[in-house]
Design a protein around this ligand. Structure first.
Ligand code: SIN
Ligand code: MN
Length: 249
């Protein structure tokens, strides 16, 4: 997968989101649609079978992204739950959805590991109406001023990020897990798990591929302004597993 990255990251299209400095790549979306290696990742039985087990149904790829978290430049992902975006923006009915982060680099204490609050998925969808700092006049507002409106779902200043009081309350109760692990690890997490990550001041990139599998029985209802298909899929074609050695050919 690391060998397959350079052309995927070089694709200068709206699939690609840069950090607010405009230079460093933050994320690339929907690469499984156009790249055979990442397509095979989504069909790999070691992630697909657990996903269908968790969902209790067939699964389809709802979202696919590669988060780069570049050394010396990868920016923060503020504390958030994923499902609130998918529910409010895309019309996903229920959090019958699971994400699996596959680590393409070692994720250590140095390079901005994912932080998760254990058990926070049991809180359901938490109100995230706290004021956000991404107004027109802010650095972030200016950095993305020519971008489509959905950009605020993908940048450092996430639209539905949780306020300090909420995070403090949950952390006091349940603590924080830093999901460190060697390259090749996979982390499954619930659509309502509260998570985020800090910026990366180390020299080490922290690339992860995150596949979000949605239940084929949980297809989003139509919304007024659907986000592009490369961000959010509304086509519940069940993913069919390949063989266990499908990366070796
Ligand atoms: C995410 O919230 O989807 C990912 C955050 C990260 O890569 O640190
Ligand atoms: Mn997230």
């Amino acid at each position: 997968m690391r060998d397959a990255l350079p052309p995927v990251l070089a694709d200068d299209s709206s699939r690609r989101v840069v950090e607010k400095d405009g230079g460093v790549i933050r994320s690339v979306y929907g690469s499984h649609e156009i790249n055979d290696v990442f397509q095979r990742l989504t069909r790999h039985p070691r992630i697909l079978n657990p996903a269908t087990q968790i969902l209790g149904s067939d699964a389809y790829v709802y979202q696919f992204k590669i988060n780069v978290k570049a050394g010396f430049g990868g920016d923060v992902w503020r504390w958030h739950q994923d499902f609130i975006f998918w529910h409010n923006e895309d019309g996903m009915p229920s959090p019958r959805v699971t994400s699996v982060a596959v680590y393409l680099d070692d994720m250590t204490e140095f390079n901005g590991p994912l932080f998760l609050i254990p058990d926070s998925h049991r809180q359901g969808m938490i109100d995230a109406s706290a004021p956000s700092a991404d107004g027109e006049g802010s650095a972030l507002g200016r950095a993305y001023k020519n971008s489509p409106s959905w950009i605020s779902n993908l940048t450092a200043d996430l639209k539905y990020s949780l306020n300090k009081e909420t995070v403090s309350r949950l952390v006091r109760k349940n603590g924080i897990v830093s999901a460190k692990g060697p390259a090749g690890s996979a982390l499954f997490f619930h659509g309502n798990t509260v998570h985020g990550s800090s910026n990366n001041i180390s020299p080490f990139d922290r690339v992860v591929a995150i596949v979000t599998f949605n239940s084929t029985e949980n297809v989003p209802v139509p919304v007024e302004e659907p986000r592009p298909e490369f961000l959010v899929s509304r086509h519940p074609a069940p993913v069919l597993p390949l063989s266990d050695d499908s990366f070796l050919c």
